[in-house]
Design a binder for this molecule. Structure first.
Ligand SMILES: *[C@@H]1O[C@H](CO)[C@@H](O)[C@H](O)[C@H]1NC(C)=O
Ligand SMILES: *[C@@H]1O[C@H](CO)[C@@H](O)[C@H](O)[C@H]1NC(C)=O
Ligand SMILES: *[C@@H]1O[C@H](CO)[C@@H](O)[C@H](O)[C@H]1NC(C)=O
Length: 518
């Protein structure tokens, strides 16, 4: 054993008295290649091992607690969290999008997902999958089409194949990168209940129940599938631009009913061939051609059995206290609630677009027996309306604070007159629920005026609390449920959010004067 100065130092001085700098220099010296001693190799091992351990530790710490944008890293992290943190599997933390293990499991176990069932279900059943249905748009542009397609499948004696809702990422309640899949998705039974999401038809109705897309993949493998291109049918029967919803419905109904193929998939062409290749396209929903289907759809089991999902019902129950007051303790608090949809921000541009293109109200908002109508004014050319006309649109589409408050108070008075013959002194309707995406001071000031000047008790979307990430995920559908239950609902006539709320209110037999538009 050689003994140079450093070794001497190492052996002679007690450890605890050495400073950090000294220790480091000793260690570096020990790496001296000219000192070929076994013991030094061992010394080399320890720091390398320590550095490696630290690196793995940091990496692991980052994976578990970090904030990576990489989906694989986040999935690994979630795997650890699921094992370490109570509630992670149940989608409890609100900062993470839900994974819906429970709902996907329930969905898989639906009784109709069974190949042994007799015709028209099971292996020999009749199915139609509308791969053409619109996607990556706001939930409400999707929702109205789903209901109509489900009714078309029903009338065509085929099981409707329901699909997950695929988000338009602008509206996703978390950062885009946080979605667990590319394009976040939500299982349909989270958003709605009823035949469209796999619920039963009325007792005794022989119609096949809706099945999930995963079951379609099993029961209808590619070799059994007959593909129908939506634009071919539209062209053959001249279904573009002018015909009514009823005409369109009947043509498709005949095609799907008469065909003996068990598995039919309706596919839309690429957008360069046709911009909106849906069976019931956006041009139809945005014009009064949609109206002839109303009575039939309203009275169909699709609408009659459309129901609130258990998930949304849980969130409603959790927030019910917000709407209760001393007078309503023993009654349904929503008998005294006025719901108003006040959308700001992104509506500025949307309203200008509607004005320039002379848009009518959307879908069921155009029903002629409702008290508030809108007729596009004459003048202007498509894409370039007149200044006066644009202002005319703005008064209805993006009213200012004074206009909104006046509309709310007037609508309440109209309703009380109709219900009680007079405007009730002190007012029967005392709670205002504001459905909104606005969290700015505009909303704070607006709220303060309603409370201080007009005596309303005010609740807004911002007051709603979510019990888990699933409830947060379906927040927009939860808002719709409150508006559906309210005594009066005042919405925006151009909005599909409003028209789908209206759909359920009219199925619930809410009187016309309780369904208002700005
Ligand atoms: C599937 O359907 C058959 C025929 O109705 C029934 O006997 C069987 O119990 C069902 N299977 C399940 C898992 O429900
Ligand atoms: C809007 O429609 C009305 C009535 O059909 C028409 O007179 C007017 O020119 C149209 N305006 C625009 C901007 O397209
Ligand atoms: C719109 O119409 C006005 C007059 O009606 C005209 O002055 C203006 O140039 C037009 N704008 C566009 C973009 O076509």
């Amino acid at each position: 054993m050689a003994s140079d100065g450093f070794d001497k130092l190492y052996h002679e001085k007690p450890r605890r008295k050495r400073g950090i700098a000294q220790r480091v220099s000793i260690w570096f010296a020990s790496l001296n290649p000219y000192r070929a001693q076994r013991r030094n190799y061992r010394r080399l091992w320890i720091p390398i091992f320590l550095i490696l351990a630290l690196w793995v530790g940091f990496k692991g710490f980052g994976v578990i607690f970090g904030n990576s944008h990489d989906r694989k890293v986040r999935k690994t992290r979630q795997w650890f969290k699921d094992r370490l943190i109570p509630g992670a599997v149940d989608d409890l933390p609100l900062d993470t999008p839900p994974r819906y293990f429970d709902l996907y499991e329930e969905q898989r176990n639906l009784p109709q997902h069974n190949l042994s069932l007799p015709y028209p279900e099971g292996a020999t059943g009749r199915y139609v999958k509308f791969t053409s249905q619109i996607n990556m748009l706001g939930w409400n542009n999707v929702f109205n089409e789903l209901l109509m397609l489900n009714y078309l499948a029903y009338k065509s004696k085929r099981a409707y194949v329901f699909q997950d809702y695929v988000w338009k990422m602008d509206y996703f309640p978390w950062e885009e990168y946080m979605a667990w899949t590319v394009h976040a998705r939500t299982p349909l039974p989270a958003l709605i209940a009823g035949p469209t999401a796999g619920g039963p038809w009325p007792a005794g109705d022989p119609a096949p129940r809706s099945v999930h897309q995963d079951f379609w993949d099993i029961v209808c493998p590619p070799e059994r599938v007959k593909v129908i291109w939506s634009h071919h049918v539209k062209k053959e029967f001249d279904l573009h631009w002018t015909p009514t919803s009823k005409f369109i419905f009947e043509k498709w109904n005949k095609v799907l009913l008469d065909d003996t193929a068990k598995c039919i998939e309706v596919i839309a062409p690429q957008r360069d061939i046709e911009d909106f290749g849906q069976v019931f396209d956006l041009w139809l929903w945005g014009s009064d051609r949609i109206l002839p289907m109303w009575e039939e759809l309203r009275d169909s089991p699709v609408s009659q059995l459309l129901a609130t999902s258990p998930l949304i019902q849980r969130a409603v129950d959790r927030n019910m206290h917000l709407f209760k007051s001393d007078v309503t303790v023993h009654k349904d608090p929503f008998d005294q609630v006025f719901a108003v949809h006040v959308r700001r921000g992104d509506y500025e541009g949307a309203c200008m677009n509607l004005a320039q293109w002379n848009s009518t109200f959307y879908s069921w908002n155009q029903l002629p027996y409702l008290p508030d109508r809108f007729t596009p004014p004459p003048g202007g050319i498509p894409g370039n309306n007149t200044k006066e006309n644009i202002e005319f649109y703005y008064n209805r589409c993006l009213p200012n604070v004074d206009q909104i408050i006046k509309r709310i108070n007037d609508a309440r008075d109209d309703w009380e007159k109709e219900m009680f013959g007079v405007v009730v002194p002190g007012h029967f309707l005392n709670t205002l629920y504001i459905l909104t995406n606005d969290k700015t001071s505009w909303m704070t000031d607006f709220k303060a005026r309603l409370i201080n000047e007009f005596g309303w008790k005010v609740v807004t979307s911002n007051d709603i609390t979510f019990g888990n990430a699933q409830e947060k995920d379906v927040g927009m559908a939860l808002d719709m449920e409150f508006a559906r239950k309210a005594a009066i609902f005042l919405g925006n006539g151009w909005s599909s959010f409003t028209s789908n709320i209206l759909h359920r209110r009219l199925v619930d037999k809410k009187i016309p004067i309780s369904n208002r538009f700005f």
